[in-house]
Design a protein around this ligand. Structure first.
Ligand code: ADP
Length: 447
């Protein structure tokens, strides 16, 4: 059993891990930049270490500083949260070389899934259905144009190292290919230091359906159903729900088994998410995230499990605390991402919180690191809170979300809360009738 773990992150996800550790009787160590000295994760952890100046590259991404913080405090394991170093295979290697435990998958699995071409190739060989497209990387514009003709436009050019919606460009026709190809390559190079791209058929009306996975690293893996994350702006999720309103129990069991068999075969350890586009009753793999995701609480709500606790357990070498047969869905959950952003352009809006009041009551969970008088620093992600509601069915979850949003007070900065008030009035949201393009189209005419 670990005595002490270090949380290599900040904000709500750092709190999430500290809470799980405390319930397990494990001490927690927070790390922070100088901009985060007053942050809630620093206050809540048992110990804290300042690891550098505000810039993430010199603090939350500084591998030597984080390893040093472990040595100083005697932490035996590191939980990376999401973002920052969570999918950095080199980091995992360094952690292990120092005799510490990384709470997450192996460096090898992170490396495979972090390169989208290799990930697709691996998944295809494991029997997972993929989006039709190029067979690996596409090195030249001529080749790109040939693939566009072969699969038929529209197609999407994607950087193999891409993430966070960056490095993806759609070509509606042959004329647009040159620009899409060059831009995706340039974005891949400037954001991820890799200009290799591949091409996929661009699906026109899919939903984004992702399957929550969990493995013990010893050949056992289970799925915890799907989340529908189709409501996106610039390929970034803003509203997620589980189960997916369009997925039947039979489809869930079918795709879930394909995914669980695939991860069992590679001895996957810990939490992971296999992302699909879902159109006309078919699933098409797009990528796998080898970490805990922002939207994991909606899965926790409907299955009644603590995914962070499970991550810590399997990292210690313990078995998973459930089998596939133990996992039953109970009700419906929705998460909305509350960002410090000014509508209608979603411009980041850091600043001081003058008043903060969280909603409560049955089926309401607010994961946030805010407090009265806290100043949101301008250096990091604009996510300041996640409001998660759970109801006996979708209608109850929607009503509860509406009620909880009405109770929430975040004064001093602009937030995305008004967006959710407006979305809840929409018949398509009420009925669950939306795909990955719905929100962008709605924003064009409604904000
Ligand atoms: P990232 O790693 O940047 O998040 P993903 O590969 O997960 O990129 O894709 C993010 C989003 O981009 C998807 O949820 C979907 O909305 C859109 N997308 C990706 N691939 C396709 C495709 N082949 N057709 C249509 N939309 C796509």
């Amino acid at each position: 059993m670990f005595n002490k773990i270090l949380v290599a992150n900040r904000g709500e996800i750092a709190l999430r891990v500290i809470r799980a550790a405390r319930e397990m009787g494990i001490q927690s160590v927070a790390v922070h930049s100088t901009a985060d000295s007053d942050a809630m994760h620093v206050r809540m952890a048992d110990e804290s270490v300042c690891i550098g100046p505000p810039s993430a590259s010199q603090s939350y991404l500084s591998i030597p500083a984080i390893i040093a913080a472990c040595e100083i405090t005697g932490a035996e394991a590191i939980h990376p949260g999401y973002g920052f170093l969570s999918e950095n295979a080199g980091f995992v290697q360094v952690v292990e070389d120092h005799g510490l435990t990384f709470i997450g998958p192996t460096a090898e699995h992170i490396r495979i899934m972090g390169d989208k071409i290799t990930a697709k190739d691996t998944m295809r060989k494991l029997g997972v259905p993929c989006v039709p497209g190029s067979d690996g990387g596409v090195p030249t514009l001529e080749e790109a144009k040939r693939i566009g003709e072969e699969f038929g436009y529209p197609v999407i050019v994607k950087a193999t190292s891409g993430g966070g919606g960056k490095g993806m460009k759609v070509a509606q026709n042959a004329k647009e290919m040159e620009k899409a190809f060059k831009t995706a390559r340039a974005e891949g190079q400037s954001n991820f230091g890799n200009d290799e791209v591949y091409i996929e058929k661009y699906l026109t009306t899919p939903r984004h359906i992702e399957i929550q996975m969990f493995g013990d690293g010893k050949g056992n893996a289970v799925h915890l159903g799907e989340r529908d994350c189709s409501l996106q702006r610039r390929h970034q999720k803003v509203f997620e729900e589980a189960p997916g309103p369009s997925i039947s129990a039979e489809e869930r069991a079918r795709i879930g088994k394909v995914c669980a068999d695939a991860l069992a075969r590679i001895n996957y350890i810990g939490a992971g998410t296999i992302e699909f586009l879902y159109e006309n009753g078919e699933f098409y793999f797009i990528e796998m995230n080898t970490r805990l995701q922002v939207e994991h609480p909606i899965t926790e709500a409907i299955f009644g499990v603590d995914l962070v606790r499970e991550q810590i357990r399997v990292a210690e070498g313990m078995p998973m605390s459930f089998t596939q047969d133990d996992l039953d869905i109970n009700g419906h959950a929705i998460e909305v991402r509350i960002n410090a952003e000014k509508l209608p352009n979603f411009a980041p809006c850091p600043g001081r919180i003058t008043q903060y009041h969280t909603p409560g009551g049955l089926g309401v969970r607010m994961d946030s690191a805010l407090y009265d008088g806290y100043s949101i620093p301008p250096f990091y992600d604009s996510l300041i809170g996640k409001l998660i509601v759970h109801g006996r069915d979708r209608a109850e979850a929607l009503a509860r979300l509406n009620r909880a949003l009405g109770e929430l007070i975040v004064d001093g900065v602009d937030t995305t809360v008004p967006l959710f008030h407006a979305l809840l009035q929409e018949p398509d949201i009420q009925s669950g009738n939306y795909n990955i393009h719905w929100l962008e189209r709605w924003l064009e005419t409604n904000l």
